[in-house]
Design a protein around this ligand. Structure first.
Ligand code: GLU
Length: 287
């Protein structure tokens, strides 16, 4: 049982870009159950920095679906869109140490460059700041740019990545568990501030996990690779590193993971066709 010295705080952090499906329900139930068992705290966080894709009705539906499932969470609920200034401050601190650079490339240019990389398209993309005169010219022309983390500069600042580890109490997609040596190079020079949105996923997540005192990150193992990048950001921003518990992804009868893009049946649809929350919880292995 946690005490003041060993608290247990976890969160479910969906993006309101669609309706929740069984995969989300499984993640949320896993985190909520872990918090209950540890006599800890369960938080809901709305990851809505991408105003181009997030919609208020989806946010309202998240609350409705989770309540239907029988979950409860602390209020107020953190909405990332209300904290943009904090993410910008974190980026500014990286800028001040030359750990990020402006990247004017389009997705297509990066895909083409990756395909030409010496070890082929699987190699994570790495770039560099433009020479000052070229950068000034493109800025003056009003060209949009993203801020990318420079892995080279980060490695230099930390004296390499060897000391970067995190504790995995669940498992990655390949069964990785225990003390994991972080390999942020897997993600390449990740975008920390998007051209269109001004902030990006990895940065907002590490800032918020720290702000909210999250001790255990419980989520699907499709985000295991993200932990490698997030561990590096925590080190660069001097933030604590939570324990990770990645869980296997639920798959449907066709053997494919539930996904919004595959139009997985939503919780609202299950409810509408008369399924009870209890039946769903049982089906997912809870209760
Ligand atoms: N917002 C992310 C998603 O919906 C989850 C982030 C996280 O759990 O770290 O996939």
């Amino acid at each position: 049982m946690p005490d003041a010295a060993h608290p247990f705080v976890t969160r479910f952090a969906p993006s309101p870009t669609g309706r929740l499906h069984r995969g989300h329900a499984y993640s949320a139930l896993t985190a909520w159950t872990a918090a209950r068992q540890a006599h800890g705290r369960f938080l809901l966080r709305i990851e809505d920095i991408d105003a181009t894709r997030c919609r208020p009705p989806f946010e309202a539906a998240i609350h409705q679906d989770l309540a239907w499932l029988g979950l409860d969470w602390e209020t107020p609920v953190l909405r990332q869109s209300e904290h943009i200034a904090d993410y910008e401050a974190a980026i500014a601190s990286l800028q001040a140490r030359d750990l990020v650079y402006r990247c004017f490339r389009t997705r297509r240019e990066i895909a083409e460059e990756s395909a030409r990389a010496p070890h082929g398209p699987m190699e994570a993309w790495r770039g560099a700041a433009l020479p000052a005169d070229q950068e000034a010219r493109r800025l003056a022309a009003g060209e949009p740019f993203a801020w990318r983390l420079s892995l080279d500069a980060a490695a230099q600042a930390l004296g390499g990545f060897e000391a970067l580890t995190f504790l995995e109490e669940g498992a990655g997609p390949g069964g990785e568990t225990g003390t994991i040596a972080a390999r942020p190079e897997l993600g390449g020079d990740v975008v920390l501030a998007r051209k269109d949105v001004g902030v990006a996923y990895h940065l907002a997540v590490v800032v918020d996990d720290a702000r909210q005192g999250v001790t255990h990150v419980i989520r699907g193992c499709d985000l295991f690779e993200a932990a490698h990048v997030q561990r590096l950001l925590q080190a660069l921003l001097d933030l604590p590193c939570p324990v990770y518990r990645h869980h296997q992804l639920r798959v449907g009868p066709d053997g494919k993971r539930y996904a919004k893009r595959d139009r997985a049946e939503t919780l609202a649809e299950l409810r509408d066709r008369g399924m009870s929350a209890q039946t769903l919880r049982r089906e997912l292995g809870f209760d």
